[in-house]
Design a protein around this ligand. Structure first.
Ligand code: SER
Length: 630
């Protein structure tokens, strides 16, 4: 069965059960400001689920275009997609669990419709949740048992987190899995029952818990019936709604996969023509394991991009536009991995248009190809400037310390390289749209050996920090924990300036900063110096810093050109590329340093006594200090 046939059959089936067919809404939700994209069939129907009257009645059916980017990193396995279609039937305060489950069973198993093997169908039901105040869904369990009885099976119930037994057919799962919604922060939601198909029946009886079986890809989820009778309020309460609704979502791609006896969504008519085009463009074979994932990513992402552009979004650096940009750039990047040299996104888009144009004519608009082409050109430019950044960073003989330290002498990167590389990668990610893996590949090309895992770890730390900050900032709630952490970090940041000045005073002017990492708890600081510090030296540095804290000196910030800063004796990264103007933070009598900030207003705000907790070797000629305020 082709995807087009499945879509048609689904709608026909529910028409035969008294449903009116409604068209897909755009992938940009019109009624729900809490989400960027339509991630489920229910989005466009929220007002009706909440009680508004729908002009076409209480029973509706549709195929809805959806975009989900939460799983973007999973794209490339056998079932995750960013664009997919959800087939849905809807009861707006009309029928409830019984009809929903009976019709699901009939549509899946009746040879007139899908004719799936009922013995290969396994379902999940909500186990109940005390905290949410929602009971175990015994009604659904009973209704499912009746369905299995129709084929002479006694369906067994497998309790929460237990391993499957011989007759297990109905698996109980908790809130995480079997309570659906709301799609945004608030709105309609309820317990659900999901249907899975066994894609490897030849393996014999199911072994393990439901979760394990899904992770092993043996069970493929194809349909979800949600019994939407609650509304989640802004206070997080689940309130019973006046009407009991049904929201079901059958994944078109996954269902067509199991119907064609496949176990992989990419092996269907919704993808194969695209993959073939990628093969043609790259000269690589999809059969080659190495190229499977990049090909799948290209196919999925360009398809999603086409649908997003068709509904009116253009690439940008914010919100929907940013998601779109990311999809296109990730695809282009994977194209490069496949060895495609020329622009190619419009060629892929044309295949997408062929597959879907008859069902979704909005994707046939000419401008879609222009938008793609333009973004691909833009990316080519920023790609070039990003690569240049990396090159400059690694090979500036005018004193770039990375180069000096190991560029010619040794290929083993010093440990602070991890921090620097993470920072560089993060900058490339933010300003040039480079995915991390791309920066790492570029760094590898230099022949330097470094600790990839560490860099990933640091990069993700930064990303998380950044996301946290932008999330809380956009929610307008810099309260409590975060504000406190930021204040402590700022205090330690100023302390680090004092410490560097102290180190230069005690150990000599040859000391310069080689890297630092500050969080709300401590300073980690690398500096150039060839020997272990003595206890006296450490004490002298501590005294220097503590004297400055005690004196409560005003911290002065001024802006000037890098030349002026250097002439004024400000400490800075020698050879570092600064902008036209830099900020210089001066703590008169103690320190003067080029820095982006932020810093405390007066050293007295630092609060606490400075203490060097540890001093050790970091790499050849570089020492590392860990210090805190106690
Ligand atoms: N809203 C449910 C889902 O997205 C069913 O459509 O899975």
């Amino acid at each position: 069965m082709t995807a087009n046939e499945l879509r048609k059959k689904y709608l026909e089936f529910f028409q035969s059960k008294g449903h009116a067919v409604i068209p897909s809404a755009p992938v940009l939700p019109e009624n729900d400001p809490t989400v960027l994209f339509t991630t489920a069939g229910m989005h466009p129907l929220v007002p009706y689920l909440m009680g508004e009257k729908h002009p076409l009645g209480k029973r509706l059916a549709d195929a809805q275009k959806c975009i989900r980017t939460g799983d973007i990193d999973d794209v490339g396995d056998n079932r995750h997609l960013t664009f997919f279609e959800m087939l849905g039937n809807w009861s707006l305060g009309d029928y409830f669990k019984r009809e929903a489950i009976e019709w699901s069973w009939e549509f899946m198993t009746d040879s007139k419709w899908l004719g799936l093997d009922p013995k290969r169908i396994f379902v999940t039901v909500f186990a109940g949740d005390k905290e949410a105040g929602v009971d175990r869904d015994n009604d659904s369990i009973e209704i499912w048992k009746e369905q299995y009885k129709k084929i002479g099976m006694e369906a067994g119930v497998c309790e929460l987190d237990k391993k499957a037994e011989k007759n297990s057919r109905i698996f109980l799962l908790g809130k995480e899995d079997n309570f659906w919604g709301p799609a945004g922060e608030t709105g309609p939601c309820g317990p659900c029952t999901e249907m899975f198909y066994d894609v490897w029946p030849e393996e014999g009886e199911l072994q393990g818990t439901h979760d394990e079986l899904v992770k092993q890809f043996r069970l493929m989820e194809i349909w979800n019936d949600v019994f939407m009778e609650f509304n989640k309020s802004a206070e997080g309460k689940f309130e019973k709604m006046a009407q009991q609704n049904v929201d079901t979502g059958m994944g078109l791609e996954r269902t067509v996969t199991v119907l064609s006896g496949k176990e992989n969504v990419f092996d269907t008519d919704l993808f194969l023509p695209i993959i073939q085009e990628v093969e043609k463009l790259s000269g690589k074979s999809y059969q080659d394991e190495e190229y499977k994932k990049p090909m799948r990513i290209v196919a999925d992402h360009i398809k999603a991009a086409v649908f997003i552009i068709a509904d009116g979004v253009e690439p940008s650096n914010v919100q929907r536009g940013y998601v779109l940009r990311r999809l296109i750039r990730r695809a282009v990047r994977q194209g490069h991995v496949l060895g495609i040299k020329e622009n190619f996104t419009t060629k892929i888009a044309k295949v997408v248009q062929k597959i879907y144009g008859a069902v979704y004519p909005e994707i046939l608009r000419e401008n879609i190809l222009n938008v793609l082409e333009e973004e691909e050109n833009k990316f080519a430019k920023t790609l070039a400037s990003g690569l240049l950044k990396i090159e400059k960073y690694l090979s500036n003989p005018e004193g770039n310390f990375i180069y000096r330290k190991f560029g010619n002498e040794t290929q083993q990167a010093p440990s602070y390289f991890n921090t620097d590389a993470a920072e560089l990668s993060f900058d490339l990610y933010q300003t040039n749209g480079f995915p991390l893996e791309m920066s790492l590949e570029e760094l590898k090309k230099t022949g330097i050996t470094f600790d990839e895992e560490k860099i990933k770890e640091k990069f993700n730390e930064k990303l998380k920090q950044h996301q946290e900050l932008s999330r809380t900032a956009s929610a307008g709630m810099f309260k409590g924990g975060l504000a406190d952490t930021m204040e402590k970090t700022t205090a330690l940041h100023t302390t680090a300036h004092l410490m560097l000045a102290g180190l230069r005073k005690v150990l000599g002017e040859g000391v310069h900063q080689k890297g630092s990492n500050i969080n709300g708890e401590r300073i980690r600081f690398d500096f150039s110096y060839g020997e272990k510090m003595t206890d006296d030296q450490k004490k002298a540095v501590e005294d220097y810093v503590n004297a400055a804290i005690k004196e409560n000196v005003k911290v002065i910030m001024s802006e000037m050109t890098p030349e002026e800063a250097r002439e004024a004796g400000a400490e800075g990264e020698f050879g570092h590329k600064y902008g036209e103007l830099v900020k210089v933070y001066e703590i008169p009598g103690f320190s003067k340093e080029i820095c982006g900030g932020p810093h405390v207003k007066n050293t007295g705000d630092i609060k606490g006594v400075f203490k060097i907790a540890k001093e050790e070797s970091s790499s050849a000629g570089v020492r590392r200090i860990k210090a805190t305020l106690v």
